[in-house]
Write a protein that binds this ligand. Structure first.
Ligand SMILES: Nc1ncnc2c1ncn2[C@@H]1O[C@H](COP(=O)(O)OP(=O)(O)OP(=O)(O)O)[C@@H](O)[C@H]1O
Ligand SMILES: [Mg+2]
Length: 353
């Protein structure tokens, strides 16, 4: 393939704006210099010219000056309800191609309740839920304790600790109030699914005309064509059942390199097939492209039935530590190979390959 000009667009934690009263985990989902450098190197290894551009307001001038053939986009954004969609919106106005999901899917996936409404409409399994705009909203009759409360629009386990599991009305009110106060957004309250923690990465694009509905005949498995599933990864939460019980911000950030990642997760072929089908289904109904990671909990109280927690259309790509990178490694795919696979998938989608 010919040598292309690729701009790597990311938000460096070091460049993020600071403000008074900023929570300590405010920028936990932004990228480190180490990750950005590794991505630039990976794209150069693929035979392309590559420069990093910060995905803030300076991007408009910088991207027009650089004139890339395509952008490799991993920008999480800084402010706003649809912050992950802002850079793609600008690129579309400039008519510059970019990797990964587009404006609508990125804005949707960042909003977990909105995503869950869509999953629910399609009959896909996601924990029963309610959003709390106010701490004293009445609790729906069909939601029974234990419940799980988290911010509606964050990632990297921000706002997720053992205290997210609430067992009484008083604990629920306390936690919802805390989420409003600290994260300034509605709280998402779900049924708590006790069990195993599994995530599935996928690279590729759906083939053929893709209406956003699911085939009636599931056995035909049409929706998986064109997608490459990475082996499912399980986070072994066993050692942390007393302290965290869930994949908390503390585990994702402070203890990331001490965790045991089981990859491929010890699951039967039938279970893997089921998770892959669900991953493809979520990818499809949310309109994702090129790459994503879908997070599940397997219900210990119901034969390990899988529940979809969320789709991450901008999954972390930090060498050695990000879930997707660990999954690729389990298939003997190195970091650079994974990054170039995502890039090539986007190039193909745009007809640039
Ligand atoms: N309904 C639930 N029942 C049990 N555990 C849950 C539930 N919702 C979330 N969790 C736990 O909290 C973790 C983080 O939740 P979720 O994946 O929604 O948030 P996130 O911060 O967006 O994660 P990511 O880092 O993948 O962006 C999950 O991996 C899981 O361990
Ligand atoms: Mg998650």
């Amino acid at each position: 393939m010919s040598r292309l000009k690729v701009a790597l667009l990311a938000n460096l934690k070091a460049n993020a704006p600071r403000f008074e009263g900023m929570p300590a985990d405010q920028w936990d989902d932004l990228d480190s210099e180490k990750t950005v450098n590794a991505l630039v190197e990976a794209i150069r290894t693929g035979g392309h010219e590559c420069e990093f551009l910060e995905g803030d307001l300076t991007l408009y001038d910088h991207v027009r000056a650089f004139q890339p053939d395509i952008c490799f986009n991993i920008c999480e954004g800084h402010f706003g309800d649809a912050r992950e969609a802002q850079v793609p919106a600008m690129l579309e106005m400039l008519r510059i191609p970019y990797t990964g999901s587009k404006v609508l899917s990125l804005a949707l996936a960042l909003d977990k309740p909105m995503t869950k409404r869509i999953l629910h409409w399609h009959g896909l399994p996601t924990p029963a839920f309610q959003t709390f705009e106010r701490a004293d909203d009445p609790l729906d009759d069909d939601l029974t304790f234990p419940l799980f409360a988290k911010p509606s629009r964050e990632g990297t386990g921000m706002g997720v600790t053992a205290r997210s599991i609430v067992n009484t009305e008083a604990e629920l009110r306390e936690r919802v109030g805390y989420i409003h106060e600290r994260y300034k957004q509605p709280a998402l309250v779900e049924h708590y699914i006790a069990g195993r923690e599994v995530t599935v990465g996928v690279v590729g694009n759906l083939q053929g005309p893709v209406a956003r509905h699911l085939p009636v005949n599931r056995a035909a498995r049409r929706i998986e064509a064109g997608l490459r599933f990475l082996p499912p990864m399980e986070v072994d939460l066993q050692p942390y059942l007393e302290t965290d019980a869930v994949y908390s911000n503390r585990l994702k950030v402070a203890l990331a390199d001490q965790l045991d990642y089981l990859c491929p997760a010890p699951l039967s072929n039938e279970q893997v097939d089921e998770l892959n089908w669900l991953t493809a289904a979520v990818f499809r109904v949310t309109g994702a492209v090129d790459v994503s990671r879908v997070d599940f909990r397997l219900d210990a109280n119901d034969h390990w039935r899988p529940y979809i927690l969320e789709i991450n259309p901008l999954p972390g790509l930090s060498p050695g530590t990000s879930d997707l990178v660990i999954e690729a490694a389990a298939q003997d795919m190195g970091h650079a190979e994974l990054v170039n696979l995502i890039l090539d998938t986007a190039l193909e989608r745009y007809g640039l390959r």
